[in-house]
Design a protein around this ligand. Structure first.
Ligand SMILES: Nc1ncnc2c1ncn2[C@@H]1O[C@H](COP(=O)(O)OS(=O)(=O)O)[C@@H](OP(=O)(O)O)[C@H]1O
Ligand SMILES: Nc1ncnc2c1ncn2[C@@H]1O[C@H](COP(=O)(O)OP(=O)(O)O)[C@@H](O)[C@H]1O
Length: 198
């Protein structure tokens, strides 16, 4: 870290921003295989939050890789850097008082832990979107599994690049046979129970 840099205290505090928004900020960190339903469920949760009058922002893998992280590939070290940057962005957004939803594969346990460590206890909520590889591959909405199987894409998560499942996710969404609405409601219930929202 560079020397001669001093943290600046702002006049409007974190507490002020939370009170104005009438919510307790947190990050809902969705993790799971490509095609598991991270974006879909995160979008459904954000819609419910919006309807409830909450203030949120959804950081989505594909979108962030078009801008902030467009210099990063899918090799292991770039995935580590991808998650590190997103973690820092999520930290800034929660400091602003928002409920942040992030939808990245985030395949490595150590990286998810490193992001968790940026937050106060309980503020980082890991949401495991647990959809078996076979189902993700059947869905294949972008045709990426097909390309990976044929060798056109290398280092594809779940095939020739690892996915380290969360062992104790804060919210474990077993998606099999459940509707998107039901899965989103599980997340909302968790937020209400933890008094993040009213
Ligand atoms: N090699 C490889 N492996 C996995 N995924 C790939 C790859 N190449 C491109 N894609 C597309 O990129 C999306 C995943 O980006 P993420 O930033 O979430 O990945 S990671 O967290 O850095 O592992 C992922 O989006 P989702 O399907 O929404 O998860 C894919 O569409
Ligand atoms: N619970 C679910 N039941 C049925 N289909 C789903 C469910 N969740 C997601 N899908 C579908 O699976 C596909 C992949 O979902 P997506 O949210 O893009 O996954 P990810 O963001 O993890 O790559 C989409 O076509 C979506 O409509």
């Amino acid at each position: 870290m560079s020397e001669n840099i001093v943290w600046h205290q702002h006049l409007v505090s974190h507490k002020d921003r939370c009170e104005q928004k009438n919510q307790k900020p947190c990050v809902l960190w969705f993790t799971g295989l490509s095609g598991s339903g991270k974006s879909t469920v995160a979008n459904a949760v954000e819609t419910l939050l919006y309807e409830n009058g909450n203030h949120s922002y959804l950081l989505d893998g594909d979108n962030v890789r078009h801008g902030l992280n467009k210099d990063l590939t899918f090799n292991d070290s770039d995935r580590v850097e991808n998650i590190r940057r997103i973690g820092e962005v999520a930290k800034l957004f929660t400091d602003s008082g928002l409920i942040v939803l992030s939808a990245f594969i985030s395949p490595f346990k150590a990286d998810r832990q490193q992001v968790r460590d940026l937050f106060e206890k309980g503020q980082f909520i890991e949401v495991f979107v647990d959809t078996p590889l076979e189902i993700c591959e059947q869905r294949d909405p972008k045709g990426l599994y097909k390309k990976a199987r044929s060798g056109e894409i290398k280092n594809f998560t779940g095939l020739d690049s690892p996915y380290e499942k969360p062992e104790k996710a804060d919210i474990h969404l077993k998606t099999d046979g459940k509707t998107i609405e039901a899965l989103a409601q599980e997340v909302i219930n968790y937020l209400r129970h933890g008094a993040f929202i009213k």
